[in-house]
Design a protein around this ligand. Structure first.
Ligand code: FE
Length: 205
């Protein structure tokens, strides 16, 4: 069995936002699909470690902002590599607006947003699968949607473009985190995405 077959699945990339009380929060997810047209329903899975997951379980309301190829690495870093439990992701973030449901959606590096309400939750262990009614949606730009493959081949490079010489460093192949140094400790865990040392590649910066 070749586990790399999973890499051939095509994924989009999204910012999932929720609001609990006065607090807006959001996280990156790569699973959002339309599952039925009549009624219009979508499904996505969210890692339970994300604070947005807990907010969504409680409020049942969300926006999904669809990330486009114009997105910068900073968008992924902002929503993907820090937790809403520790920081207010919207206190220093200007590229958003509020939709009719009162929730934030991302206006830069995105091409559409979908508002919805959760109608079903399935416990998948590490993740919860949410099935949702679409309540509203708007197109924001004509830019192409960013796939996970596009992120790997184009956007992630912005974290630190690889060079042939310079200071030795190790880059996380999953998220783009940079560890500076000649050797990467065997037991190193990526502080951003929690993947192990085996998912790092040597580069020069
Ligand atoms: Fe990582």
């Amino acid at each position: 069995m070749d586990n790399k077959a999973m890499f051939k699945l095509s994924y989009g990339l999204f910012v999932l936002t929720a609001k609990l009380g006065d607090k807006h929060n959001g996280c990156i997810t790569n699973t959002a699909i339309q599952v039925t047209v009549e009624p219009n329903r979508i499904a996505f899975a969210v890692n339970k470690a994300n604070y947005t997951h807990d907010m969504l379980c409680e409020t049942k309301k969300f926006n999904i902002s669809i990330i486009s190829e114009e997105a910068k690495f900073d968008l992924f870093k902002h929503f993907g590599f820090q937790s809403g439990r520790d920081v207010d992701k919207f206190s220093d973030f200007a590229d958003y607006a509020v939709s009719a449901n009162g929730l934030a959606y991302v206006t830069k590096g995105t091409n559409a947003y979908i508002s919805g309400e959760v109608i079903s939750m399935t416990d998948l262990g590490t993740h919860t699968l949410f099935i949702c009614d679409v309540t509203d949606m708007e197109v924001l730009s004509d830019a192409s949607s960013a796939t996970y493959e596009y992120y790997q081949n184009n956007i992630k490079e912005q974290a630190a473009p690889a060079k042939q010489e310079g200071k030795p460093a190790w880059r996380c192949k999953i998220c783009g985190y940079i560890y500076e140094g000649e050797e990467l400790p065997e037991d190193f865990i990526c502080p951003w995405c929690k993947h192990p040392a085996s998912d790092f590649e040597k580069i020069y910066i």
